[in-house]
Design a protein around this ligand. Structure first.
Ligand code: S3P
Length: 164
C-alpha cells in the first residue's frame, strides 16, 4: 500500500478518524503534527511562537513529504495542502477530505487556544476565514470528500472505507 492522506480543517476529525481508519485497513497511522512535535521536542504552538509560521511551514513540508512517501494513513495539518510541494505530493496518493462546517469545527475544537492560528482572534471567526480560503484547495486535491457534520468517528471511518 502507499500512503493514504487525510486532509481537512482543524476540527474536521483527522486525528480521531485517522486511527480508526488505519485499524480497519490494518496499516499504521501517522499524524504529521505529532511527528514534528516529537522530533522537535516541543509543541507546535511553541514552534510558532519561537520561530514563526514560515519556519513551521518548512518543517511541515519536509515531514509531510517524507510521510506521504511511506505507508499507512497520514493525517496532515490543516494548512499543509496550501504548500505547493505538498499539493503536488497529494496528487500521487489517495486523498480523503474530511469536510466540516465552521459551527461543527468549533464544537469539536471547543475554545482550544492551543492551536496557534486560532489563538487570539475568536475561534469561530478565524475558522470561517480559514474555511473560506481553504475549501477550494481541499476540494481540488481530494479524491474522496466525506461530509463529517453530525457524524460520529466510527461512522466516518466506515464511510471512508466504503468510498475507497
Ligand atoms: C494548522 C493546523 C494544525 C497545525 C498548525 C497549523 C493550520 O493542525 O498543523 O497549528 O494551518 O490549520 P490541525 O489541522 O491538526 O489542527
Amino acid at each position: 500500500m502507499t500512503a493514504l492522506a487525510l486532509i481537512g480543517a482543524p476540527g474536521s476529525g483527522k486525528s480521531t478518524v485517522g486511527p480508526l481508519l488505519a485499524a480497519r485497513l490494518g496499516v499504521p497511522f501517522v499524524d504529521v503534527d505529532a511527528v514534528i512535535e516529537s522530533r522537535q521536542g516541543r509543541e507546535i504552538r511553541d514552534i510558532f511562537a519561537d520561530d514563526g509560521e514560515p519556519a513551521f511551514r518548512v518543517l511541515e513540508r519536509d515531514v509531510t513529504l517524507e510521510l506521504l512517501a511511506g505507508d499507512g494513513v497520514v493525517s496532515l495539518g490543516g494548512g499543509a495542502p496550501l504548500t505547493p510541494e505538498i499539493a503536488d505530493a497529494l496528487a500521487a496518493v489517495p486523498t480523503v477530505w474530511l469536510q466540516v462546517d465552521a459551527r461543527n469545527a468549533v464544537k469539536r475544537i471547543g475554545l482550544d487556544e492551543g492551536r496557534p492560528l486560532l489563538a487570539g482572534g475568536g475561534v469561530r471567526a478565524t475558522l470561517i476565514k480559514l474555511l473560506n480560503a481553504r475549501t477550494p484547495v481541499y476540494r481540488r486535491l481530494a479524491d474522496i470528500e466525506i461530509d463529517t457534520n453530525g457524524r460520529e468517528p466510527d461512522a466516518l471511518a466506515d464511510a471512508v472505507l466504503a468510498a475507497l
